[in-house]
Design a protein around this ligand. Structure first.
Ligand code: NAD
Length: 476
C-alpha cells in the first residue's frame, strides 16, 4: 500500500489531519488512505494562491503558462498506464474507459497550453483621440471542486483553462478518488516551469473544505462539477462574497429514436451511451424516447444488448461494464429498480453481484412524465423507455425535466435531426451517436444542469475578466 495521499500547498506535501480510507469498489479492499483537510488548511491554501497571484509574474506570462501546461501533459503521458490502473482500482470503471480518460486529459492539457498564448483583448477609437483598450486578464484565484466519476478529466477540464488564463488555484478532489488525485498532483509537482503556489490542493471526506473554498475571501471564481443539489448550495455559499460560479451539474439525457434510424447503430450507441462507467456519467443516455412505430423492435433489441453486457472487474479485458463507485450506490439503485417495477413495466431487471459494487443493467417502460424516475437523475445502469407519436411530442417529452445537459437524436433525415437539435433545450446534442466529448467542443447545461461552459475556447471565459482602459490623446 502506498503512502497516504497528502495535501499540496505552496509546492509542499502536507500530511495534516486524520486518515480516511480509499476503497476498491470491485472487491471492497482498502486500497490506501488520504489525509483529511480542514477549513483552516483550506484558508492557508487560498492565501498562498492569492499571494502567488499578486506576487509572481504567472498571470502576466502566457509563454510560461503554456510551457508549464506542456510539461504537465508530458508528465501525464509518462504516468498514463499507472494512472489508468489506479483509476480502475479506485473508481471501478473499465481499463479502456480509464485510458480514454487519460488520453482525453492529455489532449486537453495540450489544447489549453496552446490557447494560453492566444488570449487577446481589443482596442477601439471611440471618438477622435479617445482610445479604449479592452484587456482580457486573469480573474484571480480559482476554487476547483470535482467529483469522483472522472477524477482526472473533470479536474483537467477546469484546471487547465484556469491555468491557461493566468489564475492560481485551490483544488478539492472527491474523497472516493483521493489517490488518483494525489498522483495527478505529483505530475504537476514535477513540472519545472510551474511556480510554487500556483496550484494547491486540499483533500477531505465531507464538505468542510469545499465550503471553505466557496466562502473564502481569497477565492474569486468557483469552477464546480457535481450534482445539481450541491451546485445550489455552492451558489448560495458564494453569494456573501459575490463570487463568479461556473457549475457543471447533473443531467437526464434523452435519446430520441425515430423509425427511420439505423437500428443497429442506435442500439450500439445507446448501449454504450447508457452503460459507460456503469451509467455514472452526467451525460449518460438516461431516457430512451422511442417513436411508437419503432418501439417494439427497439425494445427487444436494446433489451438483448443490455442483457449481453458482461459486468465485471475493470482490469479484466472481457468486462464490458465495471463496478459502481460503492455498495451504497448499488443499494440506492436497487431501491430505484423496485420502484420502477411498481410504477412502470420491468423490461430487464438488474441485480447486484455477490462481490463488490457490481449491478447488472435495468430497463423499464414508463409513460408518466411526472414520475421521479423520469424527472430525477438516477446515476446508475438504469434507463427508462418512453413512447412518443410525433416530433412535437418527442420534443415536449425531451424538455420535460429540469435538466438540460445533453441528448441525442437517431434518424436518417438530417433536416429532422437539425430541427430536433434546435428544439431540445440542452447544452449538447449528438446526432446518430451518444457521448462524444473532447477538448475542442464546449459542454455545459441549460436549466438545472448548470451555468457556463467548459472545454473549447469558451472554457477560458470563466477564468477571465475584461478590463476597460480608457485614454484621451491630449492627456498622454
Ligand atoms: P456531489 O455534488 O455530491 O459532489 C461533488 C463534489 O462536491 C465532491 O468533491 C464533494 O465532496 C463536493 N461537495 C459536496 N458538498 C459540498 C458543499 N456543500 N460545498 C462544496 N463542495 C461540496 O456529486 P458526486 O456524487 O460526487 O458526483 C456525481 C454528480 O456529478 C452527478 O450529479 C453528475 O451528473 C455530476 N456530474 C456532472 C458533470 C458535468 O459535466 N455536468 C460531470 C460529472 C459529474
Amino acid at each position: 500500500m502506498s503512502k497516504p495521499a497528502r495535501h499540496y500547498i505552496n509546492g509542499e506535501w502536507l500530511g495534516d489531519g486524520s486518515l480516511g480510507e480509499s476503497i476498491n469498489p470491485a472487491n471492497d479492499a482498502v486500497l490506501g488512505h488520504y489525509h483529511k483537510g480542514s477549513a483552516g488548511l483550506t484558508e492557508q491554501a487560498a492565501r498562498v494562491a492569492r499571494a502567488t497571484f499578486f506576487g509572481s509574474t504567472w498571470a502576466h506570462s502566457p509563454r510560461v503558462r503554456a510551457q508549464a501546461l506542456f510539461e504537465f501533459a508530458d508528465q501525464l503521458e509518462a504516468a498514463k498506464q499507472e494512472l489508468a490502473a489506479l483509476i480502475v482500482a479506485e473508481n471501478g470503471k473499465l481499463f479502456a474507459e480509464a485510458m480514454g480518460e487519460m488520453m482525453g486529459s492529455i489532449s486537453e492539457t495540450r489544447y489549453y497550453a496552446g490557447l494560453a498564448r492566444t488570449i487577446r483583448g481589443s482596442m477601439q477609437e471611440v471618438m477622435p483621440g479617445q482610445m479604449s483598450l479592452f484587456h482580457r486578464e486573469a480573474a484571480g484565484v480559482a476554487g476547483i471542486i470535482v467529483p469522483w466519476n472522472a477524477p482526472v478529466t473533470l479536474l483537467i477540464r477546469s484546471l487547465t483553462p484556469a491555468m491557461a488564463a493566468g489564475c492560481t488555484c485551490v483544488i478539492k478532489p472527491a474523497e472516493q478518488t483521493s489517490l488518483v488525485h494525489a498522483k495527478v498532483m505529483e505530475c504537476l509537482d514535477a513540472c519545472p516551469s510551474l511556480p510554487k503556489g500556483v496550484v494547491n490542493s486540499v483533500n477531505e471526506d465531507g464538505s468542510v473544505v469545499g465550503e471553505a473554498i466557496v466562502a473564502s475571501a481569497h477565492v474569486d471564481v468557483i469552477s464546480f462539477t457535481g450534482s445539481s443539489a450541491t451546485g445550489k448550495r455552492i451558489m448560495a455559499g458564494a453569494a456573501p462574497t459575490l463570487k463568479r460560479v461556473g457549475l457543471e451539474l447533473g443531467g437526464k439525457a434523452p435519446a430520441i429514436v425515430f423509425p427511420d434510424a439505423d437500428m443497429d447503430l442506435a442500439v450500439k450507441e445507446l448501449t454504450h451511451g447508457a452503460l459507460m462507467m456503469a451509467g455514472q456519467i452526467c451525460v449518460a443516455a438516461a431516457r430512451f424516447l422511442v417513436h411508437e412505430a419503432a418501439l417494439p423492435a427497439f425494445q427487444e433489441r436494446i433489451k438483448a444488448a443490455f442483457e449481453a453486457v458482461r459486468v465485471g472487474p475493470g482490469q479484466d479485458p472481457q468486462s464490458q461494464m465495471g463496478a459502481m463507485i460503492d455498495r451504497a450506490n448499488v443499494s440506492r439503485v436497487t431501491q430505484l429498480i423496485e420502484q420502477a417495477g411498481d410504477e412502470g413495466e420491468m423490461v430487464l431487471r438488474g441485480a447486484a453481484l455477490n462481490q463488490g459494487a457490481f449491478l447488472t443493467p435495468t430497463l423499464f417502460r414508463i409513460d408518466d412524465l411526472s414520475s421521479r424516475l423520469v424527472q430525477d437523475e438516477l446515476f446508475g445502469p438504469i434507463v427508462s423507455i418512453e413512447r412518443f407519436s410525433d416530433e412535437a411530442e418527442a420534443v415536449t417529452k425531451a424538455n420535460a425535466t429540469a435538466y438540460g445537459l445533453a441528448g441525442s437524436v437517431f434518424t436518417k433525415d438530417l433536416n429532422r435531426a437539425l430541427r430536433i437539435s434546435r428544439a431540445v433545450r440542452s447544452g449538447t446534442i449528438w446526432v446518430n451517436s451518444h457521448i462524444r466529448l473532447f477538448a475542442e467542443g464546449e459542454t455545459g447545461g441549460f436549466g438545472q444542469s448548470g451555468l457556463g461552459r467548459l472545454h473549447g475556447p469558451e472554457g477560458l471565459y470563466d477564468f477571465l475578466e475584461t478590463k476597460h482602459i480608457y485614454m484621451e490623446q491630449g492627456q498622454i
